[in-house]
Design a binder for this molecule. Sequence first.
Ligand SMILES: [Zn+2]
Ligand SMILES: [Zn+2]
Length: 258
Amino acid sequence: MHTRLCRHAESDAVDLAAQAVQLGFTEIGFSEHNPMPRDDWDDWHLLQADLEAYVEQVARARREFPQLTIKLALEVDFIPGQEEWIRGLAARHPWDYLIGAVHYVSDSWALDNPHLISEWKTRDPFEVWSAYFERLTMAAESGLFDIVAHADLCKKFCFYPKEDCTPLSTRLLEAVRRRGLALELNTAGLRKPCREIYPGPPIVRLAAELGVPITFASDAHAPVEVGANFAEAIALARQCGYTHSCRFTGRHREILPF
Ligand SMILES: [Zn+2]
Ligand SMILES: [Zn+2]
């Protein structure tokens, strides 16, 4: 989940935790968009000076809701060349998990940015999807992360390639398995034009065949989105053969039935 410190979400950690308690959750996690090496990189990541405030917000939510287990995490943009920066962030706080995400397929274009949809119209969807999956595979190979974020985010605005993309996602999942990461089932996709969980059934099925563990995420940017559509995510996981998901504490993974 995300707090208003990333500049495109609505609430403080305490408000999201209150909603989770209301809904009967016993465990939640915050994974704010990481600070970038330069604060002027874009306008939707944590500012470097706000990292401590973010950690403090999560600490405050923990104090206010002692009955709720609250995980401290980051969603980290993987951009080739920023590995040292990411290692530095990883060492700054006792994170429970780091989610590796790709939004940027080049230094200047985040393919999911609604203000930059017009960029899609100047590009071949297959080229974009290939670049996206290649970067996400690199992120999985990097050894920096515990979980792969929204694995087919490139479908968000429905620019689907004509070509078969199965080899791209297969390569990704093989890297995910080899490097021991988990795959996130992220319900935010249901709230976007693609109207589908990230990732879709074919990828979840293949992940199950390969024995890749999963997590559940609502990617909430507002209290109303906390735990949104988890029933659908659980149904998808079950249809694909999953009976267990995982959770992380201090970057250590446990597998539990759901
Ligand atoms: Zn966000
Ligand atoms: Zn993301």
